[in-house]
Design a protein around this ligand. Sequence first.
Ligand code: SAH
Length: 239
Amino acid sequence: MSLLARKIRLIMKLRKSGITDTTVLAAIERVPREAFIPPMFHDQAYEDMALPIERGQTISQPLVVAYMTQELRVNDRHKVLEIGTGSGYQAAILAKLCRRVYSIERHKPLLILAEQRFNELKIRNLTAKIADGMKGWIEQAPFDRIIVTAAASDQPPQPLLDQMAEGGIMIIPMGRDKSSQYIYRITRHGDEYAYQQLMPVRFVPLLPNVARNEPEPSPAERDADGEFFFRPGQALQPA
Ligand code: SAH
């Protein structure tokens, strides 16, 4: 089956799974997911699953990307902050839907690859940097929308709450371990923050500080639930 046929099948699956926002579906259709994953997984680009990327991280499952984007309720006037650039795929989807995206990644090799992809795809309304995203991006705050694509343990980092605009929305996965993570939507009104629990998910953890000299993580293999895990001592092919 061609990539295009697989893409159409994926879009139909997303619609059946509750992605009704046509602007989100159009963004998924327009951004080539295969450009964001290591070549060895290209034939799986339009399967609805998370895939391993470099540095032991993952590009989220398309349904999770679509769902989080839909629940973020983003429009073309919004300034959006993303924590966890990773492959850059979620950021590229957001760039199609909002005025400007700021994205932060703690692994420099991932950011370099993501920026190459943004250039190749001529995405211009997106700025990414290496930093600890738990501190937010104070020079650009406040943000109409914040999306965190790594899991916090039990509460959102305070700087991110502080950097939400009035009426702003944050989408963030939280939970102490992978079996009890949920996506939350947080809405700010003045000093009040309303929390809503959405769907269960499994994300890599939100970690403090920029990554320095962390050992090269290992390649992905699937565990019993079809999730990827990483076995020490082997290396993923660089993209
Ligand atoms: N949005 C990504 C998903 C990446 S996985 C995509 O579409 O591909 C989560 C990413 O969050 C990883 O790359 C990880 O390195 C990054 N991350 C974790 N903690 C972070 C932090 N404190 N600041 C910035 N990035 C962080």
